[in-house]
Design a binder for this molecule. Structure first.
Ligand SMILES: C[S@@+](CC[C@H](N)C(=O)[O-])C[C@H]1O[C@@H](n2cnc3c(N)ncnc32)[C@H](O)[C@@H]1O
Length: 359
């Protein structure tokens, strides 16, 4: 048995490391705010989730462009998903894990696919959800999208918030999902409706085993349905960290007490789809942000973006974008027709079409 002082030091270390992981949400939110202010992205909601937003300084062009490519790609994939639902007159549930200060719920709930959204759930550490719940309550713009005041309830000592479609829940995603998630999600998610899981820069902070157990829990949850089962998932994060550029990223983050155990199994672009194939997903694909920027962003967008700010470090930008990727997958079960349906073709395809049209 360890002496008590050692145990305390260990716990303090874990708390410090968790605080550093939570801090990455501030980085993501500030990057988004900067990209919005500079005209890369449109998002009327982010400023309401960043404290003293008006005093925040803009980020360098390289960060703004990276944030744009990341956001554009994830918006595109979620948009494609919602478009399939719309065509099929279906609704779906979205679960955002490690949601931080993300604004996607508000953007979908005020956008063309709002009727396709049955429920949107966000999960993060209680410290993060408490802050977000307070910001939502304080902001008329954010609260108004959730519904009338009497339909919005703060719960679990201020760490959770419920409304007719939107639920914000506290949770440590590294904990055994079978012990934590049934009580949190059981009354909110239906196994009978299509679901989309979003992991935007979160699994990289967890062990590969914890990530796998988490994804498998959702796979099992959505297998308890008599209807055809449609489960989509999308992961955005850094990978290929064993090369010299990757090692610099690792060192920089380590100096902030952040480690990236989740990146270890993903040394190459080819390894990324294993994220979902190991859970028997029907399709699983991945692209680096560099590929997406070069192949899947329309010419008109490329021109619009390059007119916003001067970027001198194109090589450095490419190096950064090569170390981030989006992996997406779909698990289709219960009907042979599904394997020929639009779901099985979900992906980046139509951005290619847009750029082809422009060529
Ligand atoms: C880089 S931020 C990304 C936030 C948001 N997904 C986005 O892309 O803007 C990572 C988020 O994951 C959360 N996170 C990391 N590990 C977590 C865990 N074990 N349990 C719950 N949340 C976690 C952090 O608190 C943080 O809000």
């Amino acid at each position: 048995m360890l002496p008590p002082r050692t145990i305390l030091q260990g716990r303090e270390r874990t708390q410090d490391a968790d605080a550093a992981i939570r801090q990455t949400d501030t980085d993501a939110a500030l990057a988004r705010l900067s990209a919005v202010r500079k005209g890369y992205l449109t998002d009327p909601f982010i400023a309401h989730l960043v404290p003293r937003a008006q005093l925040q300084s803009p980020r360098p062009p390289l960060i703004n462009i990276g944030t744009y490519v990341r956001s554009h790609s994830i918006d595109h994939l979620t948009g494609e998903w919602m478009e399939i639902l719309k065509r099929e007159h279906r609704q779906c549930q979205i679960v955002s894990l490690g949601s931080g200060s993300d604004t996607r719920f508000w953007r979908i709930a005020t956008g063309p696919y709002k009727d396709q959204l049955r429920v949107y759930v966000e999960l993060d550490f209680p410290e993060v959800t408490t802050k977000k719940a307070m910001s939502i309550r304080k902001s008329r713009e954010l609260s108004a999208v959730l519904g009338p005041p009497e339909a919005i309830a703060v719960a679990q000592g201020g760490t959770a918030l419920h409304s007719p479609k939107y639920h914000l829940l506290p949770c440590d995603l590294r904990k055994l999902p079978s012990e934590v998630l049934p009580s949190l999600l059981g009354k909110i998610l239906s196994p009978n409706l299509p679901a989309l899981l979003l992991f935007e820069c979160v699994l990289v902070y967890m062990s590969p085993e914890a990530s796998s157990t988490l994804i498998q829990w959702f796979v099992d949850y959505f297998s308890h349905s008599s209807d055809p089962r449609i489960l989509g998932a999308l992961v955005y994060e850094m990978f290929a960290l064993q090369d010299s550029f990757g090692q610099v990223m690792v060192k920089n983050l380590r100096s902030r007490n952040v480690s990236l155990p989740g990146a270890v199994p993903y040394g190459t672009p080819q390894s990324l789809p294993e994220r979902f194939t190991r859970h028997n997903f029907t399709i699983s694909k991945a692209q680096t942000l560099r590929e997406i920027r070069e192949k899947h962003i329309s010419q008109s967008e490329v021109e619009r973006i390059s007119a916003l700010e001067m970027l001198d470090e194109v090589e450095e930008l490419n190096l950064v974008l090569e170390h981030y990727a989006i992996t997406w997958g779909v698990k289709l079960d219960g009907s042979s027709e599904l394997s020929n349906s639009s779901w099985a073709k979900w992906g980046m395809k139509s951005i290619v079409n847009v750029s082809n049209e422009c060529e």
